[in-house]
Design a protein around this ligand. Sequence first.
Ligand code: SF4
Length: 497
Amino acid sequence: MPSDPSRLSKSRYLSGLQCHKQLWWRVHEPEAPELSPTPGQQNLFAQGREVGERARGHVPGGELIDLPFYEYDNKVTATREALQRNLPAIYEAWFLADETYAGVDILERTSRGHTVIEVKASNSRKPEHLPDAAVQVHVLRRAGLQVERAEVMHLNRECRFPDLSNLFVREDVTALVEAALIGVPDELAAQQRMLDGPLPDVPIGEHCTNPYECPFIERCWPKLPDHHVSKLYRIERKQALELEADGYATIYDIPSDLELSVIHARQVKAVQSGRMVVEPTLTKALVPFASPLAFLDFETVSLAIPRWPGCRPWQQLPVQFSVHMEERGGGLAHHQWIADGPEDPRPALAEALVEACTGARRVVAYHASFERECIRRLREGVPRLAKELERIEKRLVDLLPVIRRHVYHPDFGGGFSIKKTLPALVPGLSYLDLKVQDGEMATVELQRLMLQGAEMPAGERAALRGNLLRYCERDTWAMVKLLEKLRSLVADQLELF
Ligand code: SF4
């Protein structure tokens, strides 16, 4: 973003389009802690940069305005000079008009003028790409350039490695952008006026999460009381607002005669009584969990630009697993596998997985649709093991719906993810003692280990590998302890009768 608070940029304009208050904070508090990108966002930015660089090769013969991102005015001057050279394209071209900077990913020269190409690392064009292209076209025209056409160039979900010749799709959005241009000058002027004044008063609403989640939600949104009605499992915002309007602000306020779904009714009962609710049907739900069991969890990466045969952009692929396997004589054996280099991990992972699950009658997962999808991706990538992998897939049993349909603990907080259910059902066991504590961080770190591990000092690489192994192992150990707990709840119930 430009250091001059009175000037706008494309990214400032887009923030302001979502919310003036957000833009005001971005400009006047650029060091706000909320603006530090999370590891997941940094990963997306890095992959976006890679996509941007790759896109240039698909519009060849251009020149890159290769200056540090903060040298706005120098980039504008360098672009002006490059335009004199009548190049087929300019990459990262910069313009200034109406006190607004606009950077163009690819500016292509055509027989009648120029095409603005906005490169996106997504697999499709999205509505929010249009104002992005529109503000560029506005600034370029105001700077005196003949812009004839606007395109969004995004990744192609039909592309399959190793053939990357069709990695991108170029969509003509000229007509849509022309329509979107109408409001641009007024909005730019309104944002500039707003930035010269005090923090504007903007009420919270749908715009706080649409099209992007605002980083300032914690500042703006009121703190909710414990067990607020919005914490009812998967409740729609509208329904929560209606309950609040009817005078039921928290789950404690909900009357016994209010019609509720089965899960909500169980949640209300647990919260109001302050005790875990266990349905008698839990006994039957645990029947499919027949020993010997294997407890399975995968971690995945998702690469914008595919690297392995048959993979498409952003395909999620398993690159690590943990299995706790019940042994015949009692006890558990632990098996694990992790990719720590850039080569295709699927053949070795699939082999290790088949071996780890050998002898299991059932394979336990938490939210098994994810594991099922991972196994399918492995079957595609390693056809010689397709049959063995299919057998694992057919033996999957899911622990999550067992808890969701039969148990509610007041500490679940309206969710059934393992991060919520584990500490409530197995006190003392959580993820808080680990360096890698969630799936998003695991994905980022796995990608770092695989693609940059070779350049890391040996100690750092070993520590990273260890952190990832401990995280995945915790997931399967958590399932072991959760099933143990559920079985003990059934045993307690039987004792009551
Ligand atoms: S939380 Fe909502 S109202 Fe507050 S700055 Fe963000 S978008 Fe604007």
